[in-house]
Structure formats: C-alpha cells, structure tokens
Design a binder for this molecule. Structure first.
Ligand code: GTP
Ligand code: FE2
Length: 267
C-alpha cells in the first residue's frame, strides 16, 4: 500500500502559488495553418497548493502532458493542436480531472523556424526564433495567455554616424515582445515576430550570398537606430496591432563596449 505523503498536513502551513514541474523536454505536433510541425518544446506546468497539503502529486502533471500529446500522436495527426496555446489549454483540461487546484499555468518554450527569402538573391533561408506561450487558468475559471517572441536583428548607431562622416558602430540586437491577453484574442506569433524584426536597422539572415550581404549592409546604413528607437517602434506597432498588455525589451550587444545597452517599456 503506497503512502500518500503529499496528503499529510505540512509543518509550516503556508499556501504555495506555483508548484509543479519545469524544464521538461518532450515532442509536440502542431497543425499550424494546415501544415503539421514537430516541435521539441520545454514545458513548465504549475498549480497552486493549499496550506494544509504537504505536496502535490507531481506525476499527474506529467501525465497531463503525455496524454495531451497522445491526443495528437495517436489520432490522425491533422487533429493535432492548431497552436501552442491550444496545446497548453489541452494540458490544463487534462489536469482538471487529475489533480485538485484553483489556479494552473502551462508554459511552453520552443523555437519557430520560419521560411524566409534572402533580400537580393531571393534564395530560401530558414530563420529561427525563440517563442514562449503561457496559458493561465485563473481562480475564477477564466483563461488568459501570454505570448513571447525573441528576435535577433541589428542596429547601426546614428550618433557615431553623425560624428564620423558616416562611419559608425554596428551590432546585433535582441528584441523581445510579450503580449498578455484573454485566451480568445486572435494573436499570431508570426505577426509578433514580424513586428519586432521590422523595427531593427535591418533583419539578420542565416543564409546570405554576397549580393544579399550587400543589400543588408546598404539597408541598415539607410536605417540607423538607437536601441531606444527600436524599442519605441516595436511598442508603437504592437499597441496598434494586438489587443493586450504589451511588454517590450531590446538589448543591443554593443560592438564598442564590453557591456550591452537596454531599452524597455510596457503598457
Ligand atoms: N510534491 C512533491 N513530489 C515530488 C517531489 N520530488 C519528487 N516528487 C514526485 O513524487 C511523484 C510520485 O508521487 P505521485 O505523483 O503522487 O505518484 P502516485 O501517488 O503513484 O500517483 P497518483 O496515484 O496519481 O497520486 C514522482 O513523480 C516524483 O517526481 C517534491 O519535492 N514534491
Ligand atoms: Fe500520489
């Protein structure tokens, strides 16, 4: 007979807001706009724990993930979840019947590989973006979601350019955009990526033939930006397009310092 230690009363009766599993890697299939993609996401799943319970039944959170996965793998894959947030919600719905809780969160971190064209030779290039989707079931039973994208672009410094006859320092920069909204809001990770990528001096590419490299260099010199300019542009575009709480953070890996510069804002 197994002892259910988790059901005992703990010495310190403190409720805990988030208890669960994190850094869990697995495989997921998503039917994204009619095409099935296989992801290797990292999951974090948490529930709240009342003061009078010693622990949660951890394995039930893992079962909720594996069963939500099998929904997609066993049945016709086209029935796979049509978005990461839908997969997150399916995990919470599985958890409903498995483990009592009042509040639950599922966070899915993965990479999106988007097919792009190089700027001049128009060759196909596969561009990686870090994305994270959080699905939160609140105590009142309402669902909200948090979508995050991280994009690598570049910045050309307008200040050095103005003071050195057009010569300047150039660096890679990382733009992060987070939108926090009601679960049913239509928000596409791809569109969030485009908002960030179009706000740098120029996008970066995995594949660049010489003609493409020339196009990137000329394009970015035409578009010098401070880290502040990039953050403002992402924020303005995101406020216009997405109905949710916006958080923007841009870090430029300065080529003239041993440190980086940052610009951040939120609604
Ligand atoms: N609450 C809690 N569980 C832990 C901790 N460390 C390990 N465990 C987990 O304890 C789990 C086993 O307990 P349960 O999940 O309740 O498994 P079970 O009782 O066989 O399954 P159920 O019948 O569904 O409760 C393992 O999956 C361990 O990962 C911890 O610090 N806190
Ligand atoms: Fe248990």
């Amino acid at each position: 007979m197994l002892v259910e230690t988790q059901e005992e009363v703990p010495q310190i009766r403190e409720p805990l807001r988030r208890v669960g599993i994190t850094n869990l890697r697995t495989v997921a299939k998503i039917n994204w706009k009619g095409k099935v993609y296989t992801f290797i996401p990292v999951f974090e799943v948490t529930i709240d724990l009342p003061a009078e319970k010693k622990g949660i039944h951890m394995s039930r959170l893992v079962e909720s993930i594996t069963e939500a996965m099998s929904e997609a793998v066993e049945e016709e894959v086209m029935e796979a979840h049509s978005s990461l947030e839908e997969l997150g919600r399916a995990v919470i719905e599985r958890l409903e019947g498995k483990h009592p809780h009042r509040r639950a969160e599922v966070w899915i971190k993965t990479h999106l590989i988007i097919l792009r064209e190089t700027p001049a030779s128009k060759k196909t290039t596969y561009e990686p973006y870090d994305v994270e989707v959080g699905v939160i079931k609140n105590e009142d039973g309402s669902f909200e979601k948090v979508l995050r994208v991280k994009v690598i672009g570049n910045t050309v410094c307008p200040h050095a350019m103005a003071n050195n006859n057009g010569k300047t320092h150039i660096q890679r920069a990382v733009g992060e955009l987070e939108v926090r909204a009601g679960y049913d809001e239509e928000i596409e990770l791809e569109e969030m990526i485009d908002v960030v990528e179009s706000s740098f001096s120029h996008p970066t590419y995995t594949l660049l033939k010489t003609v493409d490299e020339n196009a990137v260099v000329q394009g970015m010199y035409r578009n010098p930006k401070f880290v502040e300019d990039v953050a403002r542009e992402i924020f303005a575009k995101a406020k216009e397009r997405f109905n949710g709480r916006i958080h923007v953070r841009v870090i430029s890996n300065e080529s003239i310092h041993k440190h980086d510069v940052i610009a951040e804002t939120w609604s």
